[in-house]
Design a protein around this ligand. Structure first.
Ligand code: AMP
Length: 406
């Protein structure tokens, strides 16, 4: 294999995010987004490295049109999909079930399995599949690799992965905890070890991925032993629009007493709960602005968010026994000093503390925010899921390329 470029595609139901990376030096050659696919007001934003960003409105009726629009933009920069430099396309796939524990070169059997998992990922896997099939038509000769959001969590022991419900029923319907954001948890736990100057195998980390979606994980020696999302991304922390943990009986209650349908409750818990349900905003910047202005609803939403986060930090401390680092990542984790400070306030007895000065400094790279000499390191580690997908994709196609030669 001669090419060194990898195109990373993250296909959602109405958007496609893409990045073209050069794996010789990890540089980004172009970054872009096609949004509102199949809706009115579709547009494409495209930023080539070192060049002017371009934004264009136009009709994008489906994923085929979206990827063709992306290909046209890449062509304009001399980075066309037909280039021999392109080694592979890496796809983010949300649900890989139990079968996919590693990045996988996509063939018909892999496509069929991703399709079989649609009942446990009805929002995500169909869009991921459409993205893969469309990309295959553009470059049928090119290796396409699926990198699964669930893969990093397949090392969870059964004691963490199983719900305490009837085993036969659970197995018949593949009901168990799979976890998501795995690419981010893998990348951030490894980068945290690197920041500490230690091997990932020697380090226990609690990773807090706090974005619009949010999840925590307990990582022992580079392997995930527990994570907060479950069968779907609804479980766990309070998120931008998702409730996170609730008593499952809330659902029966809303069905019986509130006369709501399963679909209505699904929408309520996934789209109208969490921060937006509690205070009408899901952007932490706006919530903090309101808190600082004395808004009580925003204050309560913030407090509920922090309370849940703190409970998970305590739980994963107990699961790991020894914690070397707590790492904050994603939009809120990387940017919100008040969230980081509040999440660890009062946990000095566990060796956890944030240095006010370090926490307030804004910075681009991975950095420590715990006081000098702290027993547990607290770090801000920017996540980079696209880089991780590209690296895994490139490693896999290089490996198979080498095997073919021997
Ligand atoms: P993500 O899903 O990782 O892209 O994170 C998106 C979320 O990050 C937004 O909804 C905001 O709540 C949050 N966010 C982004 N920038 C900031 C910031 N400067 N301060 C606080 N929160 C932020």
């Amino acid at each position: 294999m001669s090419g060194s470029r990898v195109l990373v595609l993250n296909s959602g139901s109405s958007s496609v995010k893409y990045q073209l990376l050069d794996m010789r030096d990890g540089s980004r050659l172009a970054v872009g987004l096609v949004e509102r696919i199949g809706e009115s007001g579709s547009r494409i934003k495209h930023s080539p490295a070192g060049g002017e960003s371009r934004e264009r409105n136009g009709s994008v009726p489906d994923h085929d049109a979206a990827l063709k629009a992306m290909a046209a933009e890449l062509d304009r920069d001399g980075l066309g999909l037909d280039s021999p430099e392109l080694a592979a396309i890496g796809h983010r796939v949300v649900h890989g079930g139990l079968r996919f524990t590693e990045p996988t070169v996509i063939d018909d059997a892999v496509l069929a399995e991703i399709e079989r998992l649609i009942p446990v990922a009805p929002l995500h896997n169909p869009a991921n599949l459409t993205g893969i099939r469309t990309a295959q038509t553009l470059r049928p000769d090119l290796p396409q690799v699926a990198v699964f959001d669930t893969a990093f969590h397949t090392t969870m022991p059964e004691s963490a992965a199983r719900y305490a419900i009837d085993v036969e029923t659970a197995d018949a319907h593949r009901v168990r905890r799979y976890g998501f954001h795995g690419t981010s948890h893998a990348y951030v736990s490894r980068e945290t070890a690197r920041l500490l100057g230690r091997a990932p195998e020697d380090v226990n980390v609690i990773v807090l991925h706090l974005g619009n979606g949010a999840s925590a994980s307990a990582v022992r020696g580079g392997r995930c032993v527990d994570t907060s999302m479950g069968l779907t991304p609804l479980e766990g922390l309070v998120m931008g629009t998702r409730s996170g943990d609730t008593d499952p009986a809330v659902i029966f209650h809303l069905m019986r007493v509130g006369e709501m349908s399963a679909d209505e409750i699904d929408t309520l818990l996934n789209k109208r709960s969490g921060l937006i349900g509690l205070c009408g905003d899901n952007d932490m910047r706006e919530i903090r602005r309101r808190v600082d202005a004395g808004d009580e609803r925003a204050r309560l939403a913030f407090d509920i968010y922090i309370h849940r986060l703190k409970k998970y930090i305590g739980a994963y401390y107990a699961v790991l026994g020894r914690v070397d680092a707590v790492a904050f990542t994603a939009g809120v984790g990387e940017n919100s000093a008040p969230v980081r400070e509040a999440a660890l306030a009062g946990l000095e007895g566990l060796g956890l503390a944030v240095d006010g000065g370090l926490n307030a400094v804004r910075g681009d790279g991975a950095r420590l925010i715990s006081p000098a000499g702290a027993r547990v390191a607290v770090a801000v580690v920017p996540t980079d899921e696209e880089m991780e997908i590209a690296a895994q994709t490139y490693a896999l196609v290089n490996d198979s390329g080498n095997q073919n030669l021997t």
